[in-house]
Design a protein around this ligand. Structure first.
Ligand SMILES: C[S@@+](CC[C@H](N)C(=O)[O-])C[C@H]1O[C@@H](n2cnc3c(N)ncnc32)[C@H](O)[C@@H]1O
Length: 287
């Protein structure tokens, strides 16, 4: 998916190194890349010590991305200040420390970028999971999306959760203390439906008439084009102030519809660490 996205953006990929697409072109905004190394430099290194010294001479925090030369990379990493990729406890904020990334292309050749787009090691946002409360693992997508935007439903706020069953996202909102109307053709798991602030309405997400709400959440299974039309109705004046919406991409990927989501002012389309073959659209009114 990233290769196709880069091709459509006119980016030359010289070669792939593991999951790294190496390109001589300037960095571009990408939905599919979990992390973009925005200032990559090739550094010839004579020794493990020389590699570590070169990195330390640039800045403190480095995350390694290993494809090969693992033993040598471990020796270099051992000479760097430790960077703890600790699992987050939702809703704690994402790390703010400046982080670079590096790899060994060959025993004597390092690729290092002092800057990158993700605040997470290799773009992987991990959480201390809750194995008891949520009825599905889908809650991790919403945790990640909310952590990335640095905002979440708060007590006193209102949410609509479309395609809510069995209730992972509704559970997230319920635990945060906001009010949520959950809509799905299928019922919610009973213990989620019984949470304070949760109301359930059985029916089609597409039949819901937009109203003023703080958050529109949607994890509905739908083709991107009708989903885009629905989201456009909700972000019109008098609708939602913020949107988190999964864009499902079964079968042939509708890149044009994805591009139309990405072109919505104030919106972003990202592939979350917890997304599978789907993207996540986030939007905030006035941003
Ligand atoms: C991926 S699941 C949602 C998982 C949920 N977000 C969670 O955290 O547990 C997708 C849901 O969309 C619902 N769905 C699909 N089409 C729908 C429609 N037109 N109207 C309402 N719900 C729909 C399905 O019934 C299914 O429960």
């Amino acid at each position: 998916m990233l290769a196709e996205e880069l091709r459509r953006a006119g980016v030359t990929v010289e070669c792939w190194y593991g999951r790294l697409a190496l390109s001589p072109d300037p960095p571009v905004t990408s939905s599919w890349a979990p992390d973009v190394w925005t200032a990559p430099r090739v550094i010839e290194i004579a020794s493990v010590k020389a590699a570590a010294d070169a990195l330390r001479g640039m800045q403190r925090n480095w995350a390694a991305y290993g494809v090969a030369h693992h033993r040598r990379m471990a020796l270099i990493a051992a000479r760097l200040p430790p960077v703890k990729a600790r699992a987050l406890v939702f809703p704690e904020p994402a790390p703010t420390a400046h982080l670079g990334a590096w790899t060994l292309l060959a025993a004597g050749r390092m690729l290092a970028s002092a800057t990158k787009t993700s605040r997470f090691v290799n773009g992987e946002c991990r959480f201390e999971e809750d194995h008891i409360g949520p009825p599905s693992r889908a809650y991790l997508k919403l945790w990640e999306a909310l952590t990335r935007i640095g905002d979440w439903p708060r007590p006193g706020q209102s949410c609509i959760d479309l395609g809510a069953s069995p209730g992972g996202w509704t559970w997230v909102v319920g635990t945060l203390g906001a009010a949520v109307i959950a809509i799905d053709r299928a019922p919610l798991e009973a213990r989620v439906a019984a949470m304070p602030g949760v109301q359930f309405r059985q029916g089609s997400a597409f039949a819901v008439v937009p109203e003023k709400v703080d958050w529109l959440l949607s994890d509905v299974i739908a083709y991107p084009a009708p989903l885009l039309e629905m989201v456009q109705r909700w972000i019109a004046p008098g609708g939602a102030d913020r949107v988190v919406c999964t864009i499902k991409l079964q079968g042939e990927t509708d890149h044009n519809a994805v591009a139309r989501f990405a072109a919505i002012p104030g919106g972003q389309v990202v592939h979350l660490f917890h997304n599978k073959h789907e993207l996540t659209f986030t939007w905030r009114r006035g941003s």
